[in-house]
Design a protein around this ligand. Structure first.
Ligand code: SAM
Ligand code: DTB
Ligand code: SF4
Length: 326
């Protein structure tokens, strides 16, 4: 919320304005984004979250990027049912010991069933009791399901819009873009903080990347956390053979996200194993201030923790609120 007299962040960016930001000379865009970043955040602090896949594969949805869809045969994913609570708590304890401050639990569901949701609520209570922030991503929720998670003390719900509304049907046919927005409304109404972003490198145009960010910045409240994923090209998925995006386009996307959503945490999410240290450093300069930490994302790899700790040391970065682990 804004202090009295202080203007809050804008929610009315136009397409033309966002596209004009993207089109700025690289140095001008970076300067502007970094200036916004410094005005709202400690530029040397990076929030670290650790992911765990609590239910893996066999998903009925057809998201073209996702190795967990049951529609894509031959992805290297071994399906696994919903984990037991104790095993999740043990993984969260390890993540805390390694320096994570938030533990994010992901399930390959279209939406959770009642009995499964109760087990996830128990996971949330137990992980929170360890002193970690909690986040879950379970697919579409009703208002009542969001309320159950809020009662369990859930801090964040991750639900990505993934891409622009006009490109969405080319990537996912089993649900509508509007359904994503409805779940986000239910999460907000239940008082849970929102983690919502998208993916670049799926064959979308720059205008479509700009539109994805404009939609995020037009939500009634900006998501507290905005994950920017670079597509992980997993064999067996329909997008496996796409070329990687231009690295500078990733930096521009981070920078534009930072300018549009000045107070949000912008997470440099999936795809870091394919990024050089120098590219990641540029992303931190452009306004990224959160990462996934730990050697797995959900089903694919992430940089090893020793490498990330060394990168933080070399760049003089500190994990936010996590003491002196890096
Ligand atoms: N099933 C739930 C849903 O779709 O909302 C939650 C889990 S789903 C795996 C969470 C997010 O992971 C997706 O929205 C997408 O943004 C991201 N994701 C999945 N596969 C990816 C990939 N290959 N590369 C980059 N991001 C990916
Ligand atoms: C998000 O935006 N990215 C994370 C998390 N939210 C759930 C997931 C990335 C998944 C990458 C592919 C995989 O590991 O399966
Ligand atoms: Fe299922 Fe989520 Fe993967 Fe889509 S992104 S196939 S909904 S796990």
């Amino acid at each position: 919320m804004s202090a009295p007299g202080e203007a809050g962040p804008r929610h009315d960016w136009t397409r033309a304005e966002v596209e004009a930001l993207y089109a700025l000379p690289f140095n001008d865009l970076l300067h502007r984004a970094h200036t916004v970043h410094r005005a709202h955040h400690d530029p040397n602090a990076v929030q670290v979250s650790t992911l765990l896949s609590i239910k893996t594969g066999g998903c009925p949805e057809d998201c073209a990027y996702c190795p967990q869809s049951a529609r894509h045969r031959g992805t290297p994913v071994e399906p696994a049912p919903l984990m037991e609570v104790e095993a999740v708590v043990a993984a969260a304890e390890r993540a805390r010991a390694a320096g994570a401050t938030r533990f994010c639990m992901g399930a390959a569901w279209r939406s959770p069933r009642a009995r499964d949701l109760e087990r996830v609520c128990e996971m949330v209570r137990r992980v929170k009791a360890l002193g970690l922030e909690t986040c879950v991503t379970l697919g579409m929720l009703t208002r009542a399901q969001a309320e159950r998670l809020a009662e369990a003390g859930l801090d964040y719900y991750n639900h990505n819009i993934d891409t622009s509304p006009d490109f969405y049907p080319e990537i996912i046919s089993t649900r509508r873009f509007e359904e994503r927005l409805e779940t986000l409304e239910h999460v907000r109404a239940a008082g849970i903080r929102v983690c919502c972003g998208g993916i670049i490198g799926m064959g979308e145009s720059r205008a479509q990347r700009a539109e994805m960010l404009r939609v995020l910045a037009s939500l009634p409240r900006h998501p507290e956390s905005v994950p920017i994923n670079q597509l992980v090209r997993v064999p067996g998925t329909p997008l496996a053979d796409l070329p990687p995006p231009d690295p500078f386009e990733l930096v521009r996307t981070i920078a534009v996200a930072r300018i549009l959503m000045p107070r949000s945490m912008v997470r440099l999410s999936a795809g870091r194993t394919e990024m050089s240290d120098e590219l990641q450093a540029l992303c931190f300069h452009a306004g990224a201030n959160s990462i996934f930490y730990g050697e797995r994302l959900l089903t694919t790899g992430n940089p090893d923790t020793g490498h990330d700790r060394a990168l933080f040391r070399r760049l003089g970065l500190r994990p936010l609120g996590a003491g002196t682990h890096a």
